[in-house]
Design a protein around this ligand. Sequence first.
Ligand code: NAD
Length: 524
Amino acid sequence: MKVLVADAINEKGIENLKNVAEVVVDTSITPEELLNTINEYHGIVVRSRTKITKEIIDKADNLKIIARAGVGVDNIDLDAATEKGIMVVNSPESTSITVAEHTMGLLLNMARKLSIADKSVKDGKWEKKKFMGVELRNKTLGVIGMGRIGSQVVNRCKAFEMDAIAYDPYLPEEVANQMGVELTDLETVLKNADFITIHVPLTPETKHLISDDEFEIMKDTAFITNCARGGIIDEEALYNALANNKIGGAALDVYENEPPAKDSKLFELDNIVLTPHIAASTKEAQRDAAIIVADEIIELFQGGTPANVLNMPRIDNNTYQELTPYFELCEKLGSFISQAVNGKIIDLEIVYSGELAKIDNLELLTRTVIQGAVNPFLSSPVNAVNASLVAKNRGINITEGKKTNAKGYESLIKVIAKSEKDTFSAEGTTLHEARILKVNDYWVDVIPKGHMFIAKYEDVPGSIGAIGTKLGEYNVNIGIMQVGRDKKGGRAIMVLTLDKEIPTEVIKEIQNLDNVYEAIGLEL
Ligand code: NAD
């Protein structure tokens, strides 16, 4: 086996690789040189410099694995690699401890005003009174997002004798309990936490998760850090909260624009600590990334399955052709259902009927449904390879069923999601493109794409009009409207496609209308 290390990685990873393969290290290789030589290699290791384009993949006839030492895979054409049966792996856990430690640094910095005290001493001053701090001990840590990094921050804060509460609507209670954290709603976290730390991915749901209303709820002494992604905190609202001493202080590693504008108003404040997106930058994280990806390549070459595979394994061509028309539908059904169900999913049932039910192994479609269901809430991509494991780790029970009757369609796929407080189902088929034909017990016909909206309401005159008027007031144009009801004057459901994203305040206002039981915005 022959492996090319095309970007600089820690020596330990290269050493390990040499035990199983001939290793060529060429960290200045140009795209043209790579194109001409890629055919010689069975594995390639990159960081972010080397771009693995479709053109390169097309020529990579012997390549079995592309390993990204780090997390983001924007520089790799995942679809082209999957199509060619090349595995793509990364090392998402390599930075978790490093980012958690940076978060601790920022928490301590805010509590003890270290950055401004440092500047004051270097300016020749000795302002002991000005820098009165607070202890972390006995304070409440409020974690938003209890994934890999959030949980490591909790572990470290326990050593500082802090209490931890967390908001993570997608984490099962038992898993949170094992992590030693009490799960609660966002408002309770904001109201009670002395230190708030953000560790969620940036999604339509988390964009400006922390804005004016949220700062209003916080204690006047609260400190907040964001080492996740810029845009989760609304920087304008943050500036106002800090300038008016509505909160005690803030620390950011990530920004809405990176680097922030040279005249950013945040720079005027002395109750904020800023670092230049370096939370993941340590020698250890780089070493671990190299060791992890080397281990993954070794695992594959020795006949095993690497842990962090980001794309699908190669499957037999005939089955793949039969399943291909349904991948998009499965992904959309999963995403639709997980955004529509109220509460975190504990059971996900997928029922195939008609022609599809005749295929022996539908595991790949089931995994694609899971992928659609969990991807909106996780920072690193879940795919058909790792989907089942992710579902298991998040306490989601998966069942698969088959029925012969497809109600006149060639094939139907129904996904039923159950949470502690709700059951929601969607059923669809592929007619040139993915279509949802039934939502709960109501027949509809919608293309699950783009900005969508669902309302459950009482079937009385004026309900539909009131919702339409509200959308109109906010200039949200309806593309397609489908309504269904159980009986005249009973419960009804409306599924809309919209020309633009529906703002959260409009959803709240519709939710408050008479006769509306529930209003949900979705992004597909
Ligand atoms: P993860 O996927 O392991 O965890 C994310 C957690 O957020 C999950 O438990 C998920 O259930 C939860 N979540 C999703 N949507 C939520 C919502 N609306 N409200 C509350 N919780 C929600 O991710 P991770 O590896 O812990 O990374 C966390 C963040 O840190 C990501 O944004 C990642 O991009 C970022 N990150 C930043 C750096 C850096 O250099 N600053 C480095 C690595 C990771």
